[in-house]
Design a protein. Structure first.
Length: 361
């Protein structure tokens, strides 16, 4: 059994790191790392040499039984991979429906890390949560970088500075990390989420929870947001607008799997915000929670800086790679036994993550 790690083209993270590979000796597998795969994560080929072979891209592709890649390989690479090999990556089939057809057309099998169920038993493999935590932290640092004023209250001989007001929309993993980070920096923080269960978590971090009555029941949503009625969304927008015009920073994280992100900050709200305010939109890749967001762009709209970036975890590639690698390692422990691949389709984790239609042989 050989496990290969591909170098990313437009991604700073790497799928496995040396310290994690060391812990996988019981798999009875060998590892093949593409030359330079860890360069952008500050992990050199020399670091990998103690636990893996350094190979060319072609060697990794042709010799590996399992290929690990943070972002899916491009079409040319997919076409060059021998049939029946297993790929593990963030395929996001609910946003990129053509990827499954491409995999099937090339006779490949695939496990999509973003399809792993967000349950207690699968927590150690939940890459969405681990990357969201990094993104929430980085979102606050981005906001602090672009905000033309302090986050904490400052009392000096030259006068007093009030703390920045931060509004976090969506209090899942990313939102909670954003709240905690903003509080550490001394900001005054408010947060909103349609999930009632988020209130206790928000308040435990010292933030004020904004409630809007009449949200749809989310008890069976597995930790995801659910689609809401238009009446609720209208009242939500009114409350968000009232809070937003007073905020110095808004961080938005709300996404509904397989659907366009809900608009929480319309253009009219942005245009009523104070000059110099900052919006960081983590839902940019699925349309954005802010109406003026442009994916992967930083723009200024009527004096407000709007940062559209759904891949902020990649801006902290060293720690993000370690967390990602741990998620991958825990999945590998589930599917590799004594050097052999075992895809048990009765296992709920494997069944959910296995996105290619044909049954494994």
């Amino acid at each position: 059994m050989k496990i290969g790690v591909l170098k990313q083209v437009k991604e700073k993270r790497v799928g496995l790191v040396p310290d994690v590979i060391k812990k996988l000796d019981k798999l009875q597998a060998t590892f093949c790392i593409e030359k330079g795969a860890g360069d952008q994560s500050n992990i050199s080929d020399k670091d990998f040499e103690a636990v893996a072979s350094i190979c060319t891209r072609e060697e990794v592709i042709q010799s590996s039984d399992i290929l690990v890649s943070v972002q899916p390989p491009d079409e040319v690479t997919l076409a060059s991979i021998p049939k029946d090999r297993l790929l593990i990556s963030l395929f996001e089939p609910y946003n990129n429906k053509s990827i499954v057809d491409q995999l099937k057309a090339n006779g490949l099998r695939a496990l999509s890390m973003d399809m792993i169920p967000r349950t207690t038993i699968a927590q150690s493999m939940d890459v969405l949560s681990s990357m969201a935590s990094v993104a929430g932290y980085k979102a606050v640092l981005f906001a602090a970088q672009y905000l033309p004023r302090y986050f904490p209250m400052m009392i000096t001989a030259a006068g007093s500075i009030r703390p920045a007001r931060v509004l976090v929309l969506g209090s899942g993993v990313a939102g909670l990390q954003a709240i905690a980070t903003a509080k550490r920096l001394g900001a005054s923080v408010e947060a909103f989420d349609v999930r009632k269960a988020a209130k206790e978590e928000v308040e435990s971090l010292g933030a004020k929870f904004i409630e809007v009555e009449g949200a749809a029941d989310d008890s069976a949503a597995g930790g995801y947001a659910v689609e809401q009625s238009e009446d609720f969304l209208n009242r939500q927008r009114e409350e968000v607008q009232r809070r937003a015009v007073k905020a110095d920073v808004i961080i938005t994280t709300a996404q509904v799997r397989g659907r366009k992100a809900p608009i929480l900050v319309p253009t009219t709200t942005v245009e009523q915000m104070k000059n110099g305010s900052v919006i960081v939109d983590l839902a940019a890749s699925t349309g954005g929670n802010c109406e003026v967001t442009q994916n992967d762009e930083i723009i200024i709209h009527e004096g407000v800086t709007v940062i559209g970036n759904s891949n902020l975890a990649a801006e902290m590639p060293q720690d993000a790679s370690t967390l990602f690698a741990n998620n991958i390692a825990n999945l590998l422990k589930l599917i590799v036994r004594e050097g052999e691949l075992h895809l048990d389709m009765e296992n709920e984790i494997i069944a959910a993550a296995y996105i290619t239609a044909s049954e494994p042989q």
